[in-house]
Write a protein that binds this ligand. Structure first.
Ligand SMILES: Cc1cc2nc3c(=O)[nH]c(=O)nc-3n(C[C@H](O)[C@H](O)[C@H](O)COP(=O)(O)O)c2cc1C
Length: 341
């Protein structure tokens, strides 16, 4: 059925089709229809970050930036749903067009720029949802907050979402907010992590629960930089790392229509780069911190490859656009078929 829907949706501009799909998934969710219309994945329970997941295949951030369709996505069979990136204040994002399909490469280029309705609106949506599973809330900074004050924005969001999230993702890896990726390195990273860790201690006491914090990183890092990130995350007591966001590389899309659009490239062309980062992280972390892998899962077997590389959970964005909900089931089955370690 998704093939038919896709034929229709792909006739529309990517952003119109995105908005329409979100509306449909949201409406289906409110009516409780999505679960009836999709064959559900097998149950494959896992515990990661102290949280219980029905299966290890989640929705990656950015598809439901405002938490408008949480129930709808959950009913499609995702083992967890990550909403956002959300910023303290609403912002329009970059001018359109800002999302491009590259079907020959099963890829997407986007330069959305954190278009979102702000954290207060997102929390209204979370309160309205019926979903009881694992909900990640991904936080970022407003584009007009100077990068030297970025920590303030993350702390505002951390405070606000803390009571409502199963885990919180700190996004320092979008290529579409100038300066954001500089927070992944050196002193800037250390200062951010220390500030988050300190505030989390306070919030844990206030709320009587310790909400895990994950850091989402870019694929455009050397092995040495990746190792340094892993060490900094361990030192600050973070709970997980999400690898990865989109890439600035254009390897694999040279010469294709839209291949030279500015923004982050996702889907098949980022797969190997992301999996390499997972491997380097896994080598350094040696089981001390879980890895959530995202990047280029367009077939079930790619999800299994991420787990084999050392990830505990996976997330999907571009593959879902191209393959629809059947990919969730395929990914769960491929992971279930891995030999147990
Ligand atoms: C249109 C689009 C918007 C995205 N927005 C966000 C975002 O707001 N926050 C974020 O952390 N990642 C965002 N991402 C990155 C995805 O969550 C994911 O990390 C990346 O696309 C790699 O996975 P994929 O190859 O399965 O798409 C976005 C990706 C796309 C394609």
């Amino acid at each position: 059925m998704y093939n038919l829907a896709r034929q229709l949706l792909f006739k529309l501009s990517p952003e119109t089709s995105h908005d329409l799909s979100l509306d449909l998934i949201g409406a289906g969710g409110r009516l409780g229809l999505n679960g009836l219309l999709t064959k559900q994945p097998a149950r494959l329970p896992v515990t990661v970050m102290g949280l219980s997941f029905d299966n290890p295949v989640g929705l990656a951030a950015g598809l439901d930036k405002n938490g408008a369709a949480i129930d709808g996505f959950a009913q499609l069979g995702f083992g967890f749903v990550e909403i956002g990136t959300v910023t303290p204040r609403p912002q329009p994002g970059n001018p359109k067009p800002r999302i491009f399909r590259l079907p020959e490469a099963t890829a997407i280029i986007n330069r959305m720029g954190f278009n979102n309705l702000g954290v207060d609106n997102l929390l209204d949506r979370v309160r309205a949802s019926q979903y009881k599973g694992v909900l990640g809330i991904n936080i970022g900074k407003n584009f007009d907050t100077p990068v030297e004050r970025a920590v303030d924005d993350y702390l505002i969001c951390l405070d606000k979402v803390y009571a409502h999230a199963s885990y919180i993702t700190v996004n320092v890896s979008s290529p579409n907010t100038p300066g954001l990726r500089s927070l992944q390195f050196g002193e800037s990273l250390k200062q951010l992590l220390d500030a988050l860790a300190q505030r989390r201690e306070v919030l844990a006491v206030q709320h009587g629960k310790r909400v895990p914090v994950a850091i989402k990183i870019a694929p455009d890092m050397s092995d040495e930089e990746t190792v340094q990130v892993a060490q900094a995350l361990l030192a600050s007591g973070m709970d997980a790392v999400i690898a990865t966001n989109t890439t600035l590389s254009r390897e694999g899309v040279e010469g294709l229509a839209h291949g030279d659009e500015a923004g982050g490239l996702s889907g098949a062309p980022v797969r190997e780069k992301s999996t390499h980062i997972v491997k380097v992280l896994a080598g350094e972390l040696a089981g001390r911190m879980p890895i959530i892998a995202a990047g280029g899962i367009t077939e079930g077997k790619h999800a299994a490859q991420k787990i084999a590389a050392g990830a505990s959970l996976v997330q999907i964005y571009s593959g879902f656009i191209y393959k629809g909900p059947a990919l969730i089931r395929e990914a769960v089955d491929a992971i279930a078929a891995l030999p147990r370690t």
